[in-house]
Design a protein around this ligand. Structure first.
Ligand code: FES
Ligand code: FES
Length: 217
């Protein structure tokens, strides 16, 4: 079975608590090598079957409208939009980031019909017939939108992991309110967390983008 990039995302975050790991430990401690080898083979086979999503639930073929293009993905019904974009779209859209995966940090923010949304909380099947915009769709390195350009100019990032979420949120907000106060920018960004604490520069960049008064994507 083709290993999905989502599996890799998860593996980066979690230790492997599988029976295979346990059996390796047992094997070193006491069992004979031949017996352990047999157990490993059986365990590998049963793990593969247990984790094969097609065996349990099947998949559906979806057409998503992402950044003005039709993107087809083959996913399980339980697959989140974030997962579909990052791990099932070809080429992948990795601007939205997987951080908390539970709707608390905003790193996965995309625009759904122009409104910011946590893509980790939306099922891909529920995002069909909607206009999805990721940070990639707001501008490009050669032609950034006002917010992207201001983030670069104001050096508004450290690790940059939260940056696509902030850029997306602020880009949408400036369309609603092109001349916000600092307090309003802070309020607009309350659903996005920056663990590096770059908030002052993020807000500065948002105000600079507003001042530039150009199209925000
Ligand atoms: S990854 Fe979606 S809100 Fe944190
Ligand atoms: S720049 Fe690192 S989390 Fe925001």
């Amino acid at each position: 079975m083709k290993k999905s990039r989502d599996d890799n995302d998860k593996k980066k975050q979690l230790p492997d608590p599988s029976r295979r790991t346990f059996l390796k430990g047992v094997g070193i401690a006491g069992a004979g090598a031949a017996v352990v080898d047999k157990l490993w083979i059986e365990t590998e086979a049963s793990d593969a079957q247990a984790t094969d999503p097609r065996v349990i639930s099947g998949t559906v073929r979806l057409s998503l409208d992402v950044n003005g293009q039709k993107r087809t993905v083959q996913v399980e019904p339980r697959t989140t939009l974030l997962n579909a974009l990052r791990n099932h779209a070809e080429p992948a859209l990795t601007g939205p980031k997987l951080v908390c995966d539970m709707g608390t940090c905003g790193a996965c923010t995309v625009l759904i019909d122009g409104k910011p949304a946590y893509s980790c909380l939306i099922l891909a099947v529920d995002a069909t017939n909607k206009k999805i915009t990721t940070v990639e769709g707001l501008g490009s390195p050669e032609n950034p939108n006002a917010v992207q350009a201001a983030f670069v100019e104001k050096d508004a990032l450290m690790c940059g992991f939260c940056t696509p979420g902030f850029v997306t949120t602020i880009s949408a907000y400036l369309k609603q309110n092109p001349n916000p106060s600092l307090a309003e920018v802070r309020e607009a960004c309350k659903g996005n967390f920056c663990r590096c604490g770059t908030y002052p520069r993020v807000f500065e960049a948002a105000l600079a983008a507003a001042k530039a008064g150009v199209k925000t994507g």
